[in-house]
Write a protein that binds this ligand. Sequence first.
Ligand SMILES: [Zn+2]
Length: 384
Amino acid sequence: MDLSAIPILDHHAHPLWRPEATGDAAGFRRWFTESTDPEVHARHAQETLFFRTAVRWLAELLDCRPALADVLAARAAQPYRAWVQRLFKEANISLVLCDYGYRGDLAYNQEEMAALLPCPVRPILRLETLAQELIVEQETFGDMVEAFVATVGQARAAGTVALKSIAAYRSGLAIGEPARDEAAAAFVSLKEEARRNGRVRLANKPLVDYLLGLAVEQAAGQGLPVQFHTGFGDRDADLREANPLHLRALIERTQTPLVLLHAGWPFYREAAHLASLYSHVWLDVSLAIPLATAGIPAMLRDVLGMAPFSKVLFATDAFTMPEIFWLAARWGRWGLGQVLERFVEEGFLSEAEAWGAAGAILGENARGLYGLGGKGRSQSGVTG
Ligand SMILES: [Zn+2]
């Protein structure tokens, strides 16, 4: 099945960075691995299947030799905005929901992204980043909590379409219900850190859990889904704490829609199980697509063998370079096409059912979940 005609609603991605950040070989290669180890960037990233196929496929697109130097030269010769637009159109991405929470100096903001992309882009609010900013800004715990609740409570009105948590990489997904006192005690030491350094890194479990409890409550009133990173996705992660099974306690005490990002890789069976059990839990397969490359069909076959097709969402989790969006779209459509075609060959699905599942997973499920309105229609680029 060739799924290229079905538009992708990319419900979880990150901003592009200015082209100078990725213009040379080192700046380009390092985005083909999750590692932050310079030795991996320099020597091993180029030995991955993801990188090798990227060079080969981009060389075809740019009509040059399949070597990194040639690809870099050919891409540098394109006006940047035109190159971005071409890749997004080739990838047939109709809408991007963008998390700006990981802020490099070279990252574009919402307005710049809206001007660069040929499709609309809408913002996601990253909760831990907001909390960190408020710990720096606000003097007391009470003021900080009040400002946090006010901002999250106004998220939908401010144009935000989802909330997002990186608790998996900070204090783990076993999100409890700490007493307010415990969270307040944690605030005191973080505030001291903020005074000393002008910034904080929020990883204190009682405080993270307390704020997430408030955010999930605020999300419910606005019909805002909350995305949770699960499984891999950050060098910081202790993957044992990022297993989506830890989210069960939170899942059990809310009806707020929760999205398990990254397929929980390598715990995609656990994530598929949760999505199949709970009406308010969705399973996203980003980052595992594209990074699992040749392993994508095996993952999707397991996931779609268990979870309802109505609960699975495709996204790129792309960042930094427009090529990553295009590559993720290509790997994702290939893997999904392989798996659905096989289901038809095996007599498990009719062709019409397979196409229906493809449309749902690539976009329609997300459109319904995030309340994004009519079929394939453009949403205006709301700033926020
Ligand atoms: Zn992400």
